[in-house]
Design a protein around this ligand. Structure first.
Ligand SMILES: Cc1ncc(COP(=O)(O)O)c(C=O)c1O
Length: 398
């Protein structure tokens, strides 16, 4: 900016739009800009018209988000990915892209994250969508529901929140496709380290990247991995409705992603140790963890996931406990934090009836099996023996 220009003009433009560098930054820069400029307006015109790739406006995409999308599509072995400002924005966009609209129907796993359940139970019915909840671990019931409802799509979780049921995604995908239904899998708990839904024919693999992918409890986000064609449909939706992940948050997520395998290795190892300890503890009524031989889908989990790895999420029921005892137990924990999230480096505990599944009525929770003595534990990457020590001490206070 020539120094002869006014102070006002220089304050706005000085230092901006430096000439193209001949160096390359090692890590992806944060493109903290809303608009993009081209030498020739014809370029902008072609990008708006989808005739060439590029960037015009941050709601349409950004190079930082594109780097994260490329990395996530690569790790999940899908063709393409699109990032969102939160996991729920990604789930909702998926439903629209899968053809959920007035007059169509949706099958939803009955044991899913509370906000997802609420979309199915409360939001979609108001919009003229018929929603039926099914136990996706009962394949006979599922086959009957598919034939009867003829849904546009089915939505389920690889490892369910909060009961840790494991779904036979390859088989369910086959069944759904035979009935003309698209398949949406929330792969948040499994992460691409354990399972890659697209490899099994799933149409949309969705994650709350807020969890294991970001991994540090400092950034909200979501992603959908799918075919290029489905990504184009999702892109049209995000261009209209927004819900984008900001470039700074995309950068933080990309930074977290780099250590996903290291963290997941430790999460899985720690969770197995903690689950074994809990299941041998007389104060515990039931442990939900697919790495335990008595878990109803233990064999399936062994087939679907890499050897000896079952994820970092556990839930368990405490004997003779209700809300008051659970609160006392959670308050007595010192290392394990009572925070409403999961998938972080920290060990975190949550009371589903109060938080993640609060949107459900007590009857809905009871029907699914989310009882008032159920605690969810996201096992972190600390030393396993110290996580166990903390649990032991807090259980001792009951
Ligand atoms: C399995 C699952 N899916 C989706 C979500 C929603 O993600 P977000 O909070 O990023 O919107 C959550 C949040 O806890 C979750 O546990």
């Amino acid at each position: 900016m020539p120094r002869g220009k006014s102070f006002f003009t220089r304050a706005v433009h000085a230092g901006e739009r430096a000439s193209q560098p001949d160096f390359k930054p090692v890590s992806t820069p944060i493109y903290q800009t809303v608009g993009y400029l081209y030498e020739d307006l014809k370029d902008l015109d072609q990008i708006f018209g989808n005739e060439r790739e590029g960037y015009v406006y941050a709601r349409y995409g950004s190079p930082t988000n594109a780097a994260l999308e490329e990395a996530l599509a690569n790790l999940e072995e899908g063709e393409a990915a699109l990032t969102f400002g939160s996991g729920m924005a990604a789930v909702y966009a998926c439903l629209l892209a899968a053809g959920i609209q007035n007059g169509r129907s949706l099958l939803m796993a009955q044991d899913v994250y509370g906000a997802t359940y609420a979309i199915g139970a409360r939001l979609l019915p108001k919009m003229g969508v018929e929603v039926e909840f099914v136990d996706v671990t009962n394949l006979e019931e599922l086959a009957r529901a598919l034939a009867r409802v003829r849904p546009a799509a089915i939505l389920l979780e690889t490892i369910s929140n909060p009961l840790m049921k494991v779904a036979d995604i390859p088989r369910i995908t086959q069944m759904a496709h035979l009935n003309g239904a698209k398949v949406i899998v929330d792969n948040t708990f499994a992460t691409p380290f354990l399972f890659r839904p697209i490899q099994h024919g799933v149409d949309f693999s969705v994650h709350s990247t807020t969890k294991y992918i970001g991994g540090h409890g400092d950034v909200l986000g979501g992603v959908v991995i799918s075919s290029k064609e489905n990504r184009a449909t999702l892109h049209e939706i995000i261009k209209m409705t927004g819900g984008n992940l900001g470039p700074m948050d995309a950068w933080l997520t990309l930074r977290g992603l780099k250590t996903l395998p290291l963290r997941m290795r430790q999460h899985c190892q720690n969770a197995l140790e903690v689950a074994r300890w809990l299941s041998s503890n007389p104060r515990i009524l039931k442990v939900n963890y697919s790495g335990l031989p008595d878990h109803p889908q233990h064999d399936l989990a062994q087939r679907l996931f890499p050897e000896g790895r079952f994820g970092g999420m556990i839930s368990f029921e405490i004997k003779d406990a209700g809300r008051d005892e659970i609160f006392r137990f959670m308050e007595a924990l010192e290392l394990i934090l009572p925070a409403t999230t999961l998938g972080d480096v920290y060990s975190l505990t949550l009371y589903p009836a109060m938080s993640s599944h609060r949107a459900l009525t007590p009857e809905e929770r009871g029907k699914i099996g989310i009882h008032d003595n159920l605690v969810r534990l996201a096992v972190g990457i600390e030393e396993a023996s110290e996580i166990i020590e903390d649990l032991d001490r807090a259980l001792g206070k009951l």
